[in-house]
Design a protein. Structure first.
Length: 275
């Protein structure tokens, strides 16, 4: 487990945490620098995610940014050659493998639905962070931008090379990677990269309403959906049909199915217990 580093009690946290009626909100909190993925911010975010994972009172999570940006990726201003004989490349790869990559894996394996509320620029690794959510919403003024190859000569990371072609197709992923263009939120919706965009002033209200809807689902709904779509990517159609029938074999025996049927017959909304 990654522990949160010691911090001056009077210092501003790198990640803000709030919990209200089962909905947790994590806000990246380096607004003056447009919320780069500083080491300390990543450590705090990881610690919060692990706490939320273990808190059975939390039914859904919203991830957003403070100020006018969601996240602009790596904190390039803080990158320095290491003093222990390693190269900067060695150090960066080790940090990614020990800290940054597990952030994406943790978000994708949370036992609750995750909503990204992209309030402004999502650039570089910030795009990977936004797309690690189950539902990605964006403010109308927000955009997605991959400067890796055009500006730095490095490949997109934090899952961008996986998430973008899976969501929007390889042709669009190649265009985003090479053409040095910002992709506006409206176009991102048209491409299927994100779920929706809303007027800037309505973003957090829409994100919360979405999180509330997700929180009312059966507690295991998001993990079942993730697993089913992941299986579909490696299965033939007959194999996936078999997978679906086997999952129904188990899930129909659970109390949630009985509650769902009762609610349908009684013309009421189902009431599912928490996790």
């Amino acid at each position: 487990m990654t522990q949160q580093p010691p911090q001056d009690p009077g210092a501003q946290p790198f990640v803000l945490y709030a919990l209200d009626e089962g909905i947790a909100t994590l806000t990246l909190n380096l607004p003056a620098k447009l919320n780069p993925l500083a080491i300390e911010l990543q450590q705090e975010l990881r610690a919060h995610l692990e706490r939320i994972r273990d808190d059975r009172a939390v039914r859904a999570l919203i991830l957003t940014g403070a100020g006018k940006a969601f996240c602009v990726g790596a904190d390039l201003s803080a990158m320095r050659p290491p003093e222990d004989g390693k190269t900067l490349g060695d150090q960066t790869a080790e940090w990614m493998q020990s800290l940054s990559n597990p952030l994406i894996e943790t978000l994708q394996s949370m036992p609750i639905p995750v909503v990204a509320a992209v309030n402004g620029a999502a650039a570089g690794a910030g795009v990977g962070l936004a797309l690690a959510a189950d539902i990605t919403l964006a403010a109308r003024s927000a955009y997605f931008y991959l400067p890796f190859l055009p500006k730095l000569g490095i490949v997109p990371d934090l899952g961008c090379t996986w998430a973008i072609p899976h969501r929007a197709g390889r042709a669009r992923a190649m265009g985003m990677a090479l053409l040095d263009e910002r992709l506006g939120a409206g176009r991102a919706v048209q491409w299927g990269l994100i779920w929706g965009c809303v007027d800037d002033e309505n973003l957090m209200a829409e994100a919360r309403e979405t999180a509330q809807r997700l929180a009312r689902l059966p507690a295991y709904a998001v993990t079942e959906a993730r697993a089913a779509f992941a299986a579909a990517e490696r299965h033939t159609l007959p194999e996936q049909l078999h997978y679906e029938s086997e999952r129904q074999r188990e899930l129909i025996e659970r109390p949630t199915f009985r509650e769902g049927v009762s609610a349908f017959l009684q013309k009421r909304a189902p009431e599912f217990p928490g996790r």
